[in-house]
Design a protein around this ligand. Structure first.
Ligand code: SAM
Length: 375
């Protein structure tokens, strides 16, 4: 007999805003049950492999002015850089030669033709260096559908575009209310990516000023209802040069942020069993061993930083220098040991596509079969 609400929710798996709030508010004993359930599901649907994506932070130039972000256009105290093609090539070779299997190109949001064609060039380069063996993820923000299509045609497989906060009102507390930061445009960019056949990922920041547990529950429902293939979500970390910093006192404390972030990962794993979930750098910045904790809570993807060392400090989304030191220590050996400590193995040389993506494609194909047969 179910003696507890959390047991009941975990066994019935009916996820409503109310039941998710209950899970997010669970006490320590009940939280242990949530983590155990997430571990069980991860083992069954994902196995014990962790897949790697070498992260290349291409540029910190950005045309947007998000209130939380350390590379926003309005933040003055930033040395802006753009990696040169030989630097990008060197990072791609490192990723390929170390059999990471995947690559993420991340950047500030730029829409110029020069930038769009640079990404195309990088995609061609990554595919030619690796003989099309790398899984390539882009995380270059909002673009028009034509750009997403050009990048897909040039060889990108996945796209990560965080919704940041699925509650429209909260979104506008984090972004200026103007055309460049339009909530609906961001949502429709996500739909374009999915329609174009990308493995589509989104995510949110956790522990933001003004954010409630109800907001986080809605974020989980947003991800489920959008039917994402991948998720990159992690704690919000203050940056003193950004406008949101003055509201930092309204956010939950560090311990709560760690717990909430891990719970979000575990609950999402329970809700969306076969998607890819990243153990993010922000998690590591927040707490030493954070990525390990995230893997144990249900994440299965690691993104070691492979940006050439001299540029890393300039891509500082948040001010916590310890994070930078952690990232600088992202050697292959350290990553390998980290994964081993979680009792997992590394999926070297594998693209590591989400099983969910294959399932989604199969179901799309079977839905379109009758039409094909009729014609
Ligand atoms: N501009 C692109 C986009 O919006 O998808 C990608 C680059 S952006 C710097 C990458 C991610 O960094 C954002 O989606 C955001 O969630 C995260 N980020 C920025 N500032 C942060 C902060 N202070 N704490 C935690 N994450 C942050």
């Amino acid at each position: 007999m179910m003696n507890n609400r959390i047991d009941k929710i975990l066994s019935e798996r009916v996820f409503t805003k109310e039941s998710l709030v209950e899970l997010l508010n669970a006490n320590t004993d009940d939280t242990a049950k949530i983590f155990a359930e997430a571990r069980k599901i991860k083992k069954e649907y994902i196995g014990n492999k962790v897949h790697l994506r070498g992260l290349i932070e291409l540029t910190n130039y950005c045309t947007k002015n998000c209130y939380y972000c350390g590379i926003a256009s309005g933040v003055k105290n930033v040395n802006r850089y753009m990696l040169s093609m030989p630097e990008v090539e060197q990072a791609i070779r490192f990723i390929h030669e170390n059999h990471y299997g995947g690559i993420v190109i991340q950047s500030g949001e730029l829409q110029s033709e020069k930038f769009v064609s640079l990404i195309e060039e990088i995609l061609h380069k990554a595919n030619s260096i690796s003989g099309n063996t790398l899984g390539i993820t882009l995380s270059c923000g909002e673009q028009i559908p034509e750009t997403y299509k050009r990048w897909k045609d040039a060889g990108a497989h996945r796209y990560l575009l965080r919704i940041e906060a699925s509650n429209r009102d909260l979104y506008y507390k984090l972004h200026p209310r103007n055309k460049k930061h339009d909530f609906e445009t961001r949502v429709s960019a996500l739909y374009s990516l999915k329609e174009l056949g990308y493995q589509t990922g989104t995510g949110v920041m956790i522990g933001l000023p003004f954010q409630t547990v109800e907001d986080l529950a809605s974020d989980l429902l947003f991800m489920r209802d959008f039917d994402i293939d991948m998720c990159g979500m992690g704690p919000y970390i203050e940056h003193e040069d950004t406008p949101l910093y003055k509201f930092a006192h309204l956010a939950v404390n560090k311990t709560q942020k760690v717990q909430l972030s891990l719970k979000m990962i575990a609950i999402l794993r329970i809700m969306m069993k076969d998607i890819n979930i990243a153990a993010t750098t922000a998690m590591q910045t927040l707490i030493n061993g954070g990525r390990e904790m995230a893997l144990k809570a249900g994440a299965n993807i690691l993104m070691p930083n492979t940006t050439p060392g001299i540029f890393r400090e300039h891509y500082s989304l948040y001010k916590n220098k310890p994070g930078l030191y952690e990232e600088a220590a992202d050697s292959k050996d350290m990553i390998e040991k980290l994964i081993q400590r979680t009792g997992s193995i590394t999926g070297y040389g594998e693209k590591g596509n989400a099983p969910h993506y294959y399932r989604r494609c199969r179901s799309l194909n079977s839905q379109s079969l009758p039409t094909t047969n009729r014609s």
